[in-house]
Write a protein that binds this ligand. Structure first.
Ligand SMILES: Cc1ncc(COP(=O)(O)O)c(C=O)c1O
Length: 354
């Protein structure tokens, strides 16, 4: 605290990301990164970009990247907004589209950055409890609101919500923006992008950090009607005209273009996840249905915090959330390679036999 700080800074409770350990030997299953590297075409593109042109500013409109994204999603470039990671895109979304007189609605158990953005921008919000089985109940969102946001699949549960339920929310909520954060959608969840042309109040956000294995490059994007995108551009151009640097742009274009590599690695992650779930169930773990590159799981007898600490002693880091109480027994485990699953299962067996 300091007299030099503004009021808003005194009141902020910043987001705390998962640990990025300095020790390389750890099996890192705590921040939902992709275990496979990005497409080799991304590396080639980055090398080519390392040229004299770096002395020049990048394209402030990121037209090339927007065109590559629009092509993948069969949309027009005017329906695409890009930013420095989907966290930055989401920050602009909160400020540009979700700050209204009525409260913003999101689940009580969800991506913990949402309340942080509300604090930063002074947005009133109301959390909607997940159902007993941790699913999102579409009916609960039909009430006066200044916007609705949730991830699909939800985080940290990994549970997908059926596209019909999302469409039902859109049909019954036409006066405010509905944001579907699809950070993990490519691992087996149906995307809402197909609804964009029908619903002018739908905004879908994506990231290249997960399925395209580029968490280090920081690129994310939003898809929606040109009117919603214009609001985001207005905020961006009042904040930072060049959020996508030349490297990020070149790498992201190559990643979007290499559809075969993207599909192949997503399928590998899904296959590893399904095998891991079956093995965990044999060890008496309950696993929530996952449409993501992570699972949310609890042991029938053992405590989440204890398991997380013991796994670390075996060189494996997973994510444990102390609060709210309802999720304290759970572990969020990122899907790694098959080899990493073997190490995880071996460590779990050792811990459970102690
Ligand atoms: C639900 C959700 N949305 C958005 C993000 C942000 O991703 P990034 O800023 O890397 O694009 C994350 C990151 O873990 C996430 O879990």
């Amino acid at each position: 605290m300091s007299k030099y700080w503004s009021d808003v800074v005194h009141k902020l409770t910043p987001y705390v990301p998962g640990e990025q350990p300095k020790i390389n030997s750890l099996v890192k299953l705590n921040t939902n990164e992709n275990p496979y590297g990005p497409s080799p075409k991304v590396i080639e593109a980055l090398k080519l970009e390392a040229a004299e042109t770096l002395r020049l500013y990048p394209d402030p409109n990121s037209d090339g990247l927007k065109a590559a994204i629009a092509k993948v999603h069969h949309l027009d470039s005017s329906q695409v907004f890009v930013g420095n990671g989907s966290d930055e895109v989401l920050a602009h979304v909160f400020q540009a589209l979700l700050k209204h007189a009525q409260p913003l609605l999101f689940p009580d158990i969800t991506y913990s950055f949402y309340p942080v953005y509300c604090g930063l921008y002074g947005i009133d919000y109301e959390t909607i409890p997940l159902a007993e089985d941790f699913s999102i109940r579409a009916e609960d969102y039909i009430k006066p609101n200044g916007g609705i946001i949730f991830p699909n699949p939800n985080a940290p549960t990994g549970m997908p919500l059926a596209l019909e339920k999302i469409e039902w929310i859109l049909q019954n909520n036409t006066e405010s923006v509905v944001v579907i954060d699809e950070a993990y959608v490519d691992f087996g969840t149906e995307s809402a992008v197909s609804l964009i042309d029908q619903y002018p109040n739908l905004l879908v956000t994506h990231t290249l950090s997960k399925a395209r294995s580029l968490a280090g490059l920081r690129v994310g994007y939003a898809l929606g009607s040109a009117t919603l995108i214009e609001a985001l551009i207005r905020v961006k151009d009042s904040f930072n005209s060049y959020p996508i640097d030349r490297f990020a742009s070149a790498g992201a274009v190559a990643a979007m273009q290499d559809v075969d590599y993207f599909e192949e690695t997503c399928q590998k992650v899904i296959a590893t996840r399904d095998a891991l779930v079956a093995n965990m169930q044999e060890l008496d773990f309950e696993v929530l249905p996952s449409g993501a590159n992570f699972i949310f799981t609890k042991h029938k007898l053992r405590d989440g915090a204890e398991l997380s600490a013991k796994l670390r002693e075996h060189g494996i880091i997973v994510r444990h959330f102390k609060s709210p109480n309802r999720i304290a027994p759970y572990l969020r485990i990122t899907i790694g390679t098959d080899e990493q699953s073997v190490l995880l299962l071996k460590a779990l067996k050792a811990v459970l036999s102690e």
